[in-house]
Structures are given as structure tokens and as C-alpha cells.
Design a protein around this ligand. Sequence first.
Ligand code: FMN
Ligand code: FE2
Ligand code: FE2
Length: 409
Amino acid sequence: MQITRKVTDDLYWVGANEHRLHLFENIHPLPTGVSYNAYLLLDEKTVLFDTVDWSSARQFLENIEYVLNGRPLDYLLINHLEPDHAASIDEILVRHPETQVISNEKAFMLMHQFGFHIDGENKQIEVKEGDTFSFGKHTVTFVAAPMVHWPEAMVTLDVTNGVLFSADAFGTFNSIDGHLFADEVDFWSPYWLDEARRYLVNIVGKYGPHIQALLAKAGTVLDKIKFVCPLHGPVWRADENLLKFIGLYDKWSRYEPEENGILIIYASMYGNTEAAAMNLASKLSERGFNNYKVYDVSKTHVSYLISETFRYSHVALMSVTYNLGIFPPMHDYLYDMKALNLQKRTFAVVENGSWAPKAGDLIEEYLTQELKEMTVLSGRVTVNSSVNESSDRELAELAETLIDSVNEA
Ligand SMILES: Cc1cc2nc3c(=O)[nH]c(=O)nc-3n(C[C@H](O)[C@H](O)[C@H](O)COP(=O)(O)O)c2cc1C
Ligand SMILES: [Fe+2]
Ligand SMILES: [Fe+2]
């Protein structure tokens, strides 16, 4: 049974919802799914914009046949070759030998590397930034979007009706389950916004400057954009919500925090560092500061920690020493900050050690030497096995230092 939605009179969403995959890219948890969006335009020519992951091909193929209603598929336009969107290219071409594929040079190279069977030169129409292509009533133009999220990525603007096919840009986690437009869901609720942030910062967070470059290009045609059709998550109509979302993209890609607030991220094997974290949290709260969140690094997938760290301005890292090193999940979290290019945050450091505490020095060294524009507050606390009167006093001072720093931010 087909499950499609109309974006405009002649443009259809023909994608699919993914509910079964546990890990996106086999790394990021997907507790509430994801959608693979693809769009089909019925003009004088018919045009399919991108495909879906192989796991969702069955629904996608039913959708396409329903919308085509017996018409040939003239063109398949590929904006992004990552297999979550490109894996079904071969199946489309097997079912539609008449289809010509439109994409750019790098994408064609990748298509061949991945073993897609786009035989014959006449099947490939190579385009580059600034080219235009007409399908009848609709004319599109192509804009390169390198590293948002792969080097071949491009976005396509339908200049006739202002639809921007934005590839991974403006995508979110969460299956859309019948909703099509962002204004059909409560997008600013944590259910959507937290997953939008987690998607963006973990998938393309490393490439902030490339997102900035794409935003700058989009800025020049913003008045022409009427819809933004990403490859994941809901479609955006050009309204104040889209502007707000663009504003968040701008912030995230400049590594600016959304909020002045504190994350307490702790690593504890037997509960004593956890107790120190609770101690610090209660000291913040009793001083009237409540915009903080506490996470156990061992129990929280790092993609959530990274997402929260993009959101907040301050982080208290509290870690046991583990065989003279940083506790491994805490180390992974620090490594992910580096891998995703996270910058411009302020940290407080608390270490625990029972005979040779090392975590504090190692964390501070990592923050200041491996990461960019990170500030470490003075007043590091060393806990020897469990909090005593003296470390309790030091935690109180650290709470004051953190609050002062947040208030100054
Ligand atoms: C496997 C293991 C290795 C540890 N390695 C060190 C170490 O190298 N140096 C040190 O001072 N403490 C070490 N500790 C002690 C911890 O850093 C910490 O003081 C202790 O686990 C109490 O904190 P917790 O209850 O939060 O786990 C180790 C503990 C464990 C269980
Ligand atoms: Fe991608
Ligand atoms: Fe994607």
C-alpha cells in the first residue's frame, strides 16, 4: 500500500520511515526512528529526487509506482550519495531502464565505486554548480554543498516554485510517521528539537565551516525559497519557524552554545564520584542555580552527550582515574568533542583517585591541547576515593566559580 504525501500540486513525498534500525550509521542510537525522504516531481518529465536506504526500498518502490501511475521515470536526480539515500539507485534503474541519472562528477565517481550499474554514457547527465536544467514547467539549479555531509553533496533549487532540496542539511532524526511539514508537529518540543540537534551535531558537526558556507549561499536566495525538503525529517515551509531553525543551524555550526547552563558529566565505577556529582548539583541548586543537567557517561550514549554539549555553555567533567588514565567512556566523550570540532566551552574538572589521581591532569591537557578555544576554570577538585570535609568545601567553591562564570557568559 502506498504511503505518500503531496508537498505541492505536482511534487510528492515518496520516502519511507525507518523504525527497525537500532543505530544510524551503525553508531548513533535511533530510539524514535528516522525517515529517508525522497521526492517525485510530475512535470512534462518525471523526476525522482534521491532514493532511500535499502531497508526501506519496498515502501519507497510502491510509493513511486503509485505516483507515476504508469508514466515512465525520466530522471533520477542524486543530491547525496551516502547509502542511506543512494542504496536503492540500482533497483530504480532495473525497474526503470528509461531513467537517466542527473548528478555531479564526484557523485558519479562514488556511484561507480559503490558498484551501481549506471551503464552507458547516455544514462549519466553530469551537472555542476550554477547549471540549470528544465523538466518542462520546472527549472532547477544546482548548488554545491561539499562536506554537508560528503564531498559530493549538493542541493537543488527549483526556481519555478522555490522548493529547495537540501540533502542532509536541515534533516533530523525521528521518523515522521504521516506528518510531512514541520508545522504539523510540535517541532520546538524536546522530542523534535533534541533529535534535530543530535542529528546535526553528530553527523555534520565536524564541518561547521562548510555549513556556514552553505548558509551563506542560501542567504543570497532566501527570498526565493518557499519550501525546504531535506532527506530526513519534516519538510519546512518558508515561515518564521524555518528562520528560527536556520538560526539554530548558524549557532551550531559556529559552535556557539544555545544556552548559558551547566552539564555535569561524571564517570564513576563504585558510586563515589557519582556522589560527588550529586554533591556539586545540590550545591548549585541550593544557590538558586537550576539550569543544569547531570549525566552518567557510562549510561548515556556519547551522541546525546555531544548534543547536550553543543547546547550548553559550561561542563563539569568529573572522572575517576582508571589505571593511571581517564575512565575510557569519558575519554571517548572527549575524543568525540575533538572529532566533531566542538569549541568555545568552559569546563570545571573534578578527578577521583585512590592512590595516584591522574584523570584531572589528563583531562585538562586534552581540553587545552587537543581542542580549540576551551577554557578550564580554576579550582580543580581532587577527591581521594570519597568526598571528605575538605573536598566538600572545594566542591562548594567550584559551584560558586561555575555560577559566576555562567553569569558572566
Ligand atoms: C579498575 C580500577 C582502576 C583504578 N585505577 C586507579 C589509578 O590508576 N589511580 C588511582 O588513583 N585510582 C585508581 N582507581 C580508583 C578510582 O579512581 C576511584 O578512586 C575509585 O574507583 C572510587 O571512585 P568511584 O566510586 O567513583 O568509582 C582505580 C579503580 C579501579 C576500580
Ligand atoms: Fe549523509
Ligand atoms: Fe542522510
